[in-house]
Design a binder for this molecule. Structure first.
Ligand code: MN
Length: 311
């Protein structure tokens, strides 16, 4: 499911007075998600929030469900300047894009779509009435790649690190001698943590990165602070390891990366740097330009939201 920013998110999408909070020394700064609907899917939007807009290049995190899938899914819509990372805990989605890829994604697999200068996709529900639970994240592309070619990659297998009572899946980046095959344009980490009750995994970190923890199920305790679904715990920069206390069992995600080079301007599905780029993408999508191609989906395409400014 796409976590497209809707009009309500424009309040946090970009306000010149609302610049990114810089990376801080180690901390545990818990922010609340905003409840939103993406199509028929209830989501908890954990990034961007006013207090915290990026964690490394991670610029968007939607925790979808858990719920029962209904409705067709999300129709064709465009993206620029980002990678979408789709990660399912339960259920599946069918990705269809303007590059010609059609790919079902299932739990444990990772879809990475690169927008570059422009791509469009749809995310269809394949089975009505079944459990549906996942996360969609966006990674902002750096200047060096954000005007480049779009791409799509499906990763059916990812490195796994199994500790007693804890399964780590390395979504992106490197950990403990393992490296994920998933493309990263800037130094990044993403780890899925499935931990049984009474465990306390310690994960090695790059102290040059800033990090955050998102909990999808259960509860983890970080430096004495409870983190539960609907909250993002920002951990700052400068940690070389992280201990997660898991008293009752949990499913969580660790994300992090080198502090990003810019504060992206995020409007609807566009990750840009200024309003002229957003206006150009908006006009091109509304005009049906070749820039975004066509998506072979039966669902109606989604109209773009006019930008607040054009320059
Ligand atoms: Mn999307």
């Amino acid at each position: 499911m796409s976590g497209d920013l809707d009009r309500a998110d424009s309040t946090v999408a970009h306000d010149p007075a609302d610049e990114a909070t810089p990376a801080t020394p180690p901390c545990v700064e818990v922010t609340d998600a905003r409840e939103a609907m993406v199509g028929t899917m209830p989501v908890r939007r954990l990034l961007p929030r006013r207090a915290r807009r990026t964690v490394g290049a991670w610029c968007f995190v939607d925790h979808m469900g858990p719920t029962t899938s209904d409705g067709p899914g999300i129709g064709p819509h465009p993206h620029i300047g980002l990678h979408t990372v789709t990660w399912m805990l339960e259920g599946e989605l069918l990705h269809i894009d303007s590059l010609g890829y059609e790919q079902v994604i299932r739990p444990g697999q990772l879809n990475l779509m690169t927008a570059g200068d422009g791509v469009a996709h749809a995310e269809e529900m394949t089975s009505q009435g079944s459990p549906h639970h996942g996360v969609q994240l966006w990674v902002a592309q750096p200047e060096s790649t954000r005007h480049g070619e779009p791409d799509f990659a499906h990763h059916a297998e990812l490195p796994r690190i199994d500790l007693p009572g804890v399964d780590l899946t390395l979504m992106i980046g490197s950990l403990d001698g393992h490296s994920s095959p998933v493309r990263a344009d800037t130094p990044l980490i993403g780890v899925d943590v499935a931990a049984t009750a009474g465990t306390a995994p310690t994960i090695g970190l790059d102290p040059g990165f800033e990090h955050a923890v998102v909990v999808m199920e259960g509860r983890v305790v970080v430096d004495g602070t409870d983190v539960t679904p609907g909250h993002l715990a920002y951990l700052g920069r400068g940690r070389d390891e992280l201990r997660l206390d898991v008293p009752d069992g949990a499913r969580a995600m660790l994300i992090g990366g080198e502090p990003f080079e810019a504060t992206p301007l995020m409007w609807w599905n566009y990750v840009a740097r200024d309003w002229s780029e957003v206006a150009s993408a908006h006009d091109d999508w509304e005009a049906g330009s070749e820039r975004f191609g066509t998506v072979a989906s039966a669902i109606d395409r989604i109209p773009s939201i006019a930008p607040l400014h054009r320059s």
